[in-house]
Design a protein around this ligand. Structure first.
Ligand SMILES: [Zn+2]
Length: 191
C-alpha cells in the first residue's frame, strides 16, 4: 500500500519554499518532508537532485529549515537575528560544495560534488537564504497574515503589500473566513 504524504507547496523562492515544507507552525503543523525520501523528492523539484538521503541528513535539513525560518522571521520584523540560527545557516553554507554551471541553453544549474551529498544541496539553500536575509535581492521579507501560519515569505510584488505566504492556501482560507464572518450565522448588531 502506498503511503500518502502531504503535498509540497511550491514557491518561486528557494529558501522560503524550503521553510514552507513545515506549514501551519502556529496551528496544526504539517510536516511535508516526513521521511528522507520526501526530502529527496523535494530537492529534485528544485534542481538539487540527490540519489539518497540518510535520517541524519534529514535532521541537518530540518535544522537548517528552522534556522532559516527563525532568521527570516527576525529580519521580517526587524529584530536582531538569533545567533544560533545564523550559525547553522553559515555552517551549512560553508560546508556545501555545489557549483553553479551554465548549460548550453544559457541556464544556471547546480552541480553537486556527489549524488549523495545532501549537504551540497543544503549549502545552496543556505546561500539563497543569506542573499534574501541580507537584502541583496529585489523584494522584502514579510510574515504571512494567517494567524496559524505566520510563515516568512519573500514579497516580490511591485507594491510590496502581499499579505499571505501562498494565495492558494492561506490567502484563500482567509477570504473564506472573512466571508463567513460577514455572511455566516452570527447575528449582526443592528446599526
Ligand atoms: Zn501562510
Amino acid at each position: 500500500m502506498r503511503v500518502e504524504f502531504p503535498e509540497f507547496r511550491l514557491g518561486t523562492v528557494l529558501a522560503t519554499s524550503f521553510t514552507g515544507t513545515l506549514s501551519e507552525r502556529h496551528g496544526e503543523a504539517v510536516e511535508r518532508i516526513p521521511t528522507p525520501q520526501r526530502l529527496v523528492d523535494w530537492l529534485a523539484v528544485y534542481g538539487l537532485a540527490v540519489d539518497s538521503c540518510t535520517p541524519a541528513q534529514l535532521d541537518l535539513a530540518r535544522a537548517l529549515r528552522e534556522s532559516i525560518h527563525a532568521a527570516a522571521t527576525a529580519a521580517a520584523t526587524q529584530e536582531a537575528l538569533p545567533e544560533s540560527a545564523v550559525q547553522v545557516i553559515n555552517d551549512r553554507s560553508a560546508q556545501g560544495r555545489a557549483a553553479a554551471v551554465l548549460t548550453p541553453e544559457g541556464e544556471r544549474r547546480w552541480q553537486l560534488s556527489s549524488a549523495s551529498r545532501v549537504e551540497d544541496a543544503l549549502g545552496v539553500i543556505a546561500a539563497d537564504a543569506i542573499g534574501i536575509i541580507a537584502g541583496e535581492r529585489d523584494g522584502k521579507l514579510a510574515l504571512c497574515a494567517s494567524p496559524t501560519c505566520r510563515a516568512a515569505f519573500f514579497d516580490t510584488s511591485q507594491s510590496r503589500t502581499r499579505k499571505w505566504c501562498d494565495m492558494n492556501t492561506c490567502g484563500n482560507r482567509q477570504k473564506k473566513a472573512r466571508f463567513l464572518a460577514t455572511h455566516g450565522k452570527k447575528p449582526r448588531s443592528a446599526d
